[in-house]
Write a protein that binds this ligand. Structure first.
Ligand SMILES: Nc1ncnc2c1ncn2[C@@H]1O[C@H](COP(=O)(O)OP(=O)(O)OP(=O)(O)O)[C@@H](O)[C@H]1O
Ligand SMILES: [Mg+2]
Length: 390
């Protein structure tokens, strides 16, 4: 084969036509949905994937095969692109620092990423800067959990300091015996007061390298067993609370120097007080309704932000957008087979991630736009049930 033909030549022709090249560490559904946006913008997207069947690779992003904890694989990704960004948080900050030192752009950088990786660090730093957080403490043994509970009451929430997601690594412990069992599993834990939740909110914003930012309307999120199951944009809260949530998130964004999409998960307790739960420094589940609901989706704005381009309008195109996640049930199901039935409702916008079924796994989501939240949620739930129920 001559050097001027074949897939490699085709790829360089594509790169030459591309307005910019962006590399994702990770190739999951967030990179997959960003790939759609990359196509619109003529951006060439490369992803560091551990296997060729990961969601973003199936969607056509250029795959660099390798592990996110392999410095050589990260370097190959970085060398192929103009800017490196993140699909997930499971990458060593030191490896990203090495990329920066080698002259690559990494957005967000490792110092920002640490806020999403290390829950104890994030709590300490944000609390020290005056942001409201639930009461928390580092715990080494069950005696320290008991001491914390003496001040804050049972149950308490035990959280793995790092590595948790979708509720894994978050345990509500009703008493010392259960706390002891959790800690016996090993690893580093923190303890938190169990907040009496009225609702949970998320603020998704896009922030450029110069600090300029745009904020989406505050989203209401519903968790089941620690995993996000549905969301409504805009949140059904009064305007004052929504404005306070937005102000808090913008403050956090500046404090952690976020670049790209930042999602700030917030608690609202039964007294109406806001506190920061955690941050995600990448496109986030709570922003999925922006695909159909907003002038510019979070995925478009993530690309625009990490490339230092002007950010797009976050205005909603409709009064309400509701999203229901498609989580793998106990029995294997085929979303593809059921899809035509769900599409019988012409308001349903499905997003299938191309992932194999596993119980509890996020396999896709559906969004419905409507004039009111009840209508949007009811239709999205019905579609999800059609797709998922045994
Ligand atoms: N201190 C707390 N008090 C009450 N509920 C809590 C507390 N901490 C966590 N939760 C509940 O557990 C959910 C998951 O917690 P958290 O967001 O910390 O975990 P995660 O596994 O990192 O989540 P994600 O999937 O968003 O990464 C929260 O959305 C909330 O519903
Ligand atoms: Mg969370």
């Amino acid at each position: 084969m001559s050097a001027a033909s074949g897939p490699t030549a085709a790829r360089s022709a594509l790169d030459a036509a591309a307005s910019a090249r962006v590399g994702f560490v990770g190739a999951g559904q967030l990179a997959r949905m960003t790939h759609r946006a990359a196509i619109d913008l003529g951006v060439s997207l490369s992803v560091l994937a551990t296997a060729p069947d990961e969601p973003a690779v199936l969607a056509g992003a250029t795959a660099v095969l390798g592990a996110p904890d392999d410095p050589a694989a990260l370097a190959s990704l970085a060398e192929a692109v103009d800017v490196v960004t993140l699909d997930h948080e499971l990458v060593d900050g030191g490896h990203l620092t090495a990329l920066l030192e080698a002259g690559h752009l990494v957005r967000p950088g490792p110092a920002t990423l640490r806020f999403a990786q290390d829950k104890l660090y994030a709590r300490r730093q944000l609390a020290a800067r005056g942001f409201p957080t639930p009461a928390f403490a580092e715990v080494g043994g069950v005696d320290e959990v008991e001491a914390f509970a003496a001040d804050h009451g049972w149950p308490v929430v035990l959280k793995a300091r790092s590595g948790g997601y979708d509720g894994r690594g978050v345990v509500v412990a009703p008493d010392a015996a259960e706390a002891g069992e959790v800690l016996a599993a090993g690893g580093e834990w923190l303890v938190e007061e169990h907040v009496a939740l009225a609702t949970e909110l998320a603020v998704v914003l896009a922030r450029g390298p110069d600090g300029g930012h745009v904020t989406y309307p505050v989203v209401e999120t519903v968790q089941d067993d620690g995993i996000c199951v549905e969301l409504v944009m805009p949140a059904r809260v009064d305007a004052r609370l929504a404005a306070a949530a937005e102000e808090l998130a913008v403050g956090v964004a500046g404090a952690i120097d976020a670049v790209g999409i930042l999602a700030v998960e917030l608690f609202v307790d039964t007294a109406g007080r806001l506190s920061v739960n955690e941050v995600a420094v990448r496109p986030h589940n709570s922003g999925h309704a922006t695909i159909e609901g907003s002038d510019t989706s979070q995925f478009h704005n993530h690309l625009r932000a990490v490339l230092g381009w002007p950010l797009g309008s976050t205005r909603m195109r409709v009064p309400v957008a509701a999203t229901v996640n498609l989580l793998g049930g106990e029995a294997a199901t085929s979303l593809a087979e059921r899809l035509p039935r769900a599409l019988a409702d012409d308001r349903v916008h499905p997003h299938l991630y191309g992932k194999a079924w596993r119980p509890g796994r996020k396999l896709g989501h559906v969004t419905v736009l409507a004039d009111d939240p009840d209508t949007a949620l009811a239709a999205a739930r019905r579609a999800a049930a059609t797709l998922m129920d045994p």
